[in-house]
Design a protein. Structure first.
Length: 287
């Protein structure tokens, strides 16, 4: 496996939402969200992750968001770009583009809907790894993609692709990274050795999520436990409807987004959900 800088791909890397004005991607608002993450102390950002609704974006729009993020970040923090698609050709195009414009690493989801065999996944990721010198993370989200990855597949991939750096497990060695993606498990996964977090709630409370990572990294487990429970209701609220519906509503209420806009078939928060989320924000002190 390629050597990584000690602090690279460690910490809080919030997956940014995609702001819309009507049906148009609002690149100015997106640049502001990147700057917000820098100011609030996030360790990196993820572009076009699940929270960004990437399957509702065109390839050109995903490329543009990558470029806007890199320009706005201005090397102040690492930029990981999610480049996976259900199409191998689209994934290749997006991955090569991310490398060409200066991204720090691609995050590649298992190809959804087609439900490939494990041997196909090994060949798929090995092929992508050959196309770029960048370290890459495998995005495992079976609840969305309907595709699981076995440990044998990860072992085979680690042998075939020296740039694969996406999991930490005893059979692979401690130098490999795992980024926790489920908010409620952030603290326990960090305590067990996860390298960092890719949490949607980092769009709302990036400073507190970054502090949770630092507390665990510094061995301050009582402080980390307090932050875990401070974030607990907010973490659960993210999934009161399909992500990022709750996130976008709360960001609008906090003044981080001008519009609570989605593309079909996604929809804004229903009135009953909006009322519940207002209470969550008030109790979290975010209004």
């Amino acid at each position: 496996m390629i050597a990584l800088p000690a602090q690279f791909l460690r910490g809080s890397y919030p997956p940014l939402v995609t702001p819309f004005r009507g049906d148009r991607v609002d690149c100015d608002a997106y640049a502001s969200l990147v700057d917000f993450q820098v100011r609030e102390g996030s360790h990196g950002i993820v572009v076009n992750g699940t929270t960004a609704e990437p399957s509702l974006l065109s390839v050109a729009e995903r490329k543009r968001l990558c470029e806007v993020a890199l320009q706005a970040a201005a090397r102040r923090l690492p930029v990981v770009v999610a480049t996976g698609s259900q199409s191998h050709a689209e994934t290749v195009e997006l991955t090569e583009h991310a490398a060409a414009v200066g991204a720090d690493a691609p995050l590649v989801v298992t190809p959804y809907y087609v439900r490939p065999p494990q041997r196909g996944l090994v060949e798929y990721f090995a092929d992508l790894a050959r196309r770029s010198p960048l370290p890459f993370l495998l995005y495992h989200i079976p609840g969305r993609a309907a595709v699981s990855v076995t440990l044998d597949t990860l072992s085979a991939l680690a042998e075939r692709a020296p740039t694969f750096v996406g999991f930490k497990h005893a059979r692979f060695g401690s130098e490999l990274r795992v980024m926790a993606g489920l908010e409620e498990l952030s603290f326990p996964m960090l305590a067990l050795g996860a390298a960092g977090l890719i949490n949607a709630v980092g769009n709302l409370a990036p400073r507190k999520v970054a502090a949770l990572y630092r507390a665990v990294a510094e061995g301050k487990l009582a402080e980390a436990r307090r932050l875990h429970f401070d974030l607990f209701e907010l973490n659960r609220a993210v999934f009161l409807d399909t992500n990022p519906i709750p996130i976008k509503y709360m960001m609008k209420r906090m003044g981080l987004l001008a519009e609570n806009a989605h593309r079909l078939p996604m929809m804004p928060a229903a009135p009953e959900l909006a009322s519940r989320l207002d209470g969550v924000l008030e109790r979290a002190g975010l209004l």
